[in-house]
Design a protein around this ligand. Sequence first.
Ligand SMILES: Cc1cc2nc3c(=O)[nH]c(=O)nc-3n(C[C@H](O)[C@H](O)[C@H](O)COP(=O)(O)O)c2cc1C
Length: 160
Amino acid sequence: MKTAVIYYSLEGNMDFIAQQIGKNAEVDLYRLKPQKEYPTGKISKYVVGGKGAKFGECPELINPAIDLSKYETVIIGTPIWADTLAPPLNTFFRDYDITGKKIVLIATHRGGGADKCFEKMKTHLAGNQILGNFDFLEPKQQQDKNINEKLAQISKLIGA
Ligand SMILES: Cc1cc2nc3c(=O)[nH]c(=O)nc-3n(C[C@H](O)[C@H](O)[C@H](O)COP(=O)(O)O)c2cc1C
């Protein structure tokens, strides 16, 4: 059975990782898109996105429904916002019943909050088997020295 990669990315780091996974393995990529995208302005992104993350906002998404029954393994990826997951993932966890899956968690960040973020994601994933979690330091700018090793581990976990 196939693997789905379900993720959000505002500025391309998580998207970069999803694309790399897609190069190494046969996976279906689903990039979550809010109806109203978060701002990317230097200050506004932290004010608007940070507040949304802190308060557990669930923005409306424009993605068509995802048929999770096709997938044995689901990779879920988020940028870390205010030590937690980005709001579009809240909407995903609210709208989908995820049970009996093998799960790999991924977070991209600029230095902190991965443990808290993974713990929070796991609270939404009772009844699933967590195969592993991987965090990447700003991969789009090649700041993570172990990117290839981590990508290889992910490929191995999903049987690619
Ligand atoms: C609203 C907001 C809050 C953030 N909070 C954190 C944080 O708590 N810890 C951290 O290391 N990086 C934080 N960042 C940086 C992002 O996690 C990082 O740049 C990530 O790789 C962005 O992924 P993307 O390019 O896929 O959107 C934050 C960024 C934004 C926009």
